[in-house]
Ligand binder design. Structure first.
Ligand code: UT7
Length: 325
């Protein structure tokens, strides 16, 4: 009998502090940086984002999302035998945020590690967990996307600081006789490192280079729509399915215009696209599981629905996962 993996629970968590565009614009204006609610909504679809307090890290957000996913799955943390956290904003340089989160869940022993693929991190992590479950290396995995991107923002750069937010999402992925995850398609192209990066690094106890996010938004935008269409088509082909089989597209939540462009290319109406970018902003590796959990808890996504998850971001990295929920 074949062994597959299937999502049995989803969860998410947003830090309580919600900042609207108007509030952010007022804060930025006080520092001499000009932006407006109108510009942000028109160019990105973002209305508000959440920012974590200074002493809250990715593991704190991730552990709350994980608890909600475990509760929905009807599992205890002690039953989990694999923890993968997708993050580009780890609590520490090392150890991994996954081991810190494991300890906060009050468990020990199972493998725990981070995946660093920026905004594609969750589809990368889900693909790794699926592969480990199918080989028998694990049977009940916790896959988390958790970010405090506010830490990386240059609040004097209006072209980036209005785009991102903090949050976490998680799924419990379990071994199953039926799929579950149908196919995935992951890619990277390191020649585009410069268009979206945090170029600073730690050396001899000091930060060398700029430790804040830098992005050529237009270059990222142009690449994103093309690669997201290609990854979706490749994933459908691997699974022997077509666009018509997709009940819900859950794209990385960066910009509503990128989502609209991808949906158009896949001939999907926007009412089949899960959109949370308006309320969350871009939460990088957390955006897909945050959006999925919101749609599950709103009753939009139902058992048996076919979901296309798509991530794209720094690296350049991109990928898609097709699954039956
Ligand atoms: O998570 C990883 C994936 N990341 C993404 O997918 C991001 C992809 N890129 C984008 O979403 C868009 O390119 C942005 C939202 C970043 C920018 O939108 P755009 O329509 O490409 O704007 P633009 O860069 O062409 O800028 C248009 C104008 C410029 O002014 P001028 O030169 O026309 O006078 C900018 O200076 O808008 C100006 N501008 C702003 N104005 C008010 C840029 N940022 C702002 C701002 N408020 N926050």
């Amino acid at each position: 009998m074949s062994r597959y993996s299937r999502i049995t629970g989803t969860g998410s968590y947003l830090p309580p502090k919600r900042v609207t565009n108007a509030e952010l614009a007022a804060q930025l204006a006080a520092a001499g940086v000009e932006t407006s609610d109108e510009w942000i909504v028109e160019r990105t679809g973002i209305c508000a984002r959440h920012f974590a307090e200074r002493d809250v890290g990715s593991s704190d957000l991730g552990v709350e999302a994980a608890r909600h996913a475990l509760e929905m799955a009807g599992r205890q943390a002690s039953e989990i035998d694999l923890i993968i956290v997708a993050t580009s904003t780890p609590d520490m340089v090392f150890p991994s945020t996954a081991t810190i989160l494991q300890n906060k869940l009050g468990v020990a022993g199972c493998p725990a590690f981070d995946v660093q693929a920026v905004c594609s991190g969750f589809v990368y992590a889900l693909t790794v967990a699926d592969a480990m479950i199918r080989t028998g290396a694990a049977s009940k995995a916790l896959v988390v996307g958790a970010e405090v991107f506010s830490r990386l923002l240059d609040f004097s750069d209006r072209t980036t600081c209005v785009l991102f937010g903090d949050g976490a999402g998680a799924v419990v992925l379990e071994a199953s006789d039926t799929p579950g995850i149908l196919a995935s398609d992951l890619h990277a192209d390191g020649k585009h490192v410069e268009i979206l990066c945090v170029p600073g690094g730690v050396y001899g106890g000091k930060v060398h280079g700029n430790p804040l996010l830098r992005m050529d938004g237009q270059a990222v935008f142009k690449l994103a729509v093309g690669v997201l269409e290609a990854a979706a088509r490749a994933t459908l082909a691997k699974a022997g399915r077509t666009e018509a089989d997709i009940d819900w597209l859950i794209p990385h939540q960066a910009n509503i215009r990128i989502m609209q462009g991808t949906a158009r290319k896949l001939k999907l109406p926007m009412d089949k696209v899960v959109v949370t970018v308006d309320q969350h902003g871009n939460t990088s590796a957390a955006s897909i599981p945050l959006a999925m959990d919101a749609a599950v808890r709103e009753g939009k996504i139902r058992k048996g629905d076919t979901l296309m998850l798509e991530g794209v971001g720094g690296g350049f990295t991109w990928g898609a996962v097709l699954l039956d929920f």
